[in-house]
Write a protein that binds this ligand. Structure first.
Ligand code: CTP
Ligand code: MG
Length: 354
């Protein structure tokens, strides 16, 4: 059959950008859902305070970082501001019993997990069509800080950053490559891939590196460090909005196309470490390349994404050899679909998320 002429790239990108915005808007949580979640948080906080009066229950993860899709899970963290608090194991058991008595949630306590948590869930019902799933952890202050960091990046350029991240979150769920338990990557890992790409690959960059902007006043080690990790970053969004304007004017569609191109073709998976804090690092320089425990180190470091604060921690350590092969295959598939530029951009989106 005769080949149709390919539509011009700029026209495809304009169309695709609009489709991406329209697609993502429908996936945002409703005001009602957010209100229900906030009510749940308050209820649970009130109950926890009957056991630990000096505690606070805070949201982290997608509900707090600006990258939340409709019906996403709630990640909650309990902080206890007193010296003589109960051990996490006891607390998890006691809270599990308390929630089971006082609420309608299904409860599962995991007191002996590496990170002890209480899991709560509510079955779907009219007005709550997807139910609620919620994990409560304890004293996870680093997660609260990395949530705040991601939130700042979301706020600097919401139209492009949030659209890209939210689309990729849907895409990786639909393509079934978002299960750390099955050897693929967590949502947190994908968000770091996007930020790295926008900050260290794109030139001119779309995002500034908030961890490298000097503070406006001198600050002490005490203020910048948490459990031995430097968690400082420039978090004054108002100042930043006035002073930082990216000279990168690419559309969200152009960025998406290049994102897939970069991670399917250009990134050096065998030797490279993705660090939003410091740019491209080598596995060798971090000691993530050698094989001291007969293969386990290597197996844990197929894909390397440095946590922004816990820099000895590879966020992608769950990604297996097969998992990485599948993920890279998906990046290539996506690149191919977009390079073909179907006449209507929404067809490309539908194919991507098939
Ligand atoms: N987190 C972390 N280290 C990891 C994984 C997660 O510190 N290796 C913390 C981060 O604070 C992250 C939060 O846990 O924001 C939730 O992680 P995840 O569920 O992967 O991301 P969400 O944005 O909540 O994605 P989803 O909507 O899919 O739940
Ligand atoms: Mg989550």
């Amino acid at each position: 059959p005769p080949q149709r002429p390919q539509i011009p790239k700029h026209q495809f990108c304009a169309d695709l950008s609009q489709c991406l915005f329209d697609f993502v808007v429908q996936l945002l949580p409703t005001a009602e859902e957010l209100a229900i979640k906030e009510d749940v948080r308050k209820l649970l906080e009130r109950l926890i305070r009957t056991i630990e009066p000096d505690s606070r229950l805070l949201s982290f993860g997608s509900t707090a970082n600006g990258f939340s899709l409709r019906n996403s899970d709630m990640d909650l963290c309990c902080l206890i501001d007193s010296e003589d608090r109960l051990p996490a194991t006891d607390l998890v058991n006691m809270l599990g019993d308390l929630f089971a008595r006082e609420t309608k949630f299904h409860i599962k306590s995991l007191p002996h997990a590496r990170i002890p948590i209480v899991k709560l869930s509510l079955d779907p019902k009219p007005g709550l069509p997807f139910g609620i799933a919620c994990d409560i952890g304890f004293e996870n202050r680093l997660a609260l800080e990395n949530t705040r960091l991601l939130m700042c990046y979301a706020m600097i350029d919401p139209a492009r950053v949030r659209t890209l991240v939210l689309f990729l979150k849907v895409w990786c769920k639909r393509r079934k490559i978002n299960s750390p338990y099955k050897g693929t990557l967590s949502s947190y890992g994908y968000v770091l891939l996007v930020i790295y790409f926008l900050m260290h690959v794109k030139n001119p960059p779309v995002l500034p590196n908030l961890q490298q902007i000097p503070p406006m006043r001198p600050i002490s080690q005490e203020e910048t460090h948490l459990n031995g990790h430097n968690v400082w970053f420039f978090d004054d969004i108002n100042v930043l909005r006035q002073r930082w304007q990216s000279s990168n004017t690419e559309s969200v569609a152009e960025l998406l196309i290049d994102f897939f191109k970069f991670y399917s073709r250009d990134f050096t998976y065998n030797t490279g470490v993705i660090s939003i804090r410091a740019g491209l690092l080598s596995k060798e320089s971090k000691g993530w390349d050698n094989d001291p425990d007969k293969g386990t180190a290597r197996e844990r470091n197929r894909l390397c994404i440095e946590d922004p604060f816990e820099i000895d921690f590879n966020v992608a350590r769950c990604v297996t050899r097969d998992g990485l092969y599948t993920i890279r295959g998906e990046f290539m598939r996506a690149s191919r679909i977009l390079a073909a530029r179907p006449e209507r951009a929404f067809i490309a989106l539908a194919q991507l998320c098939e």
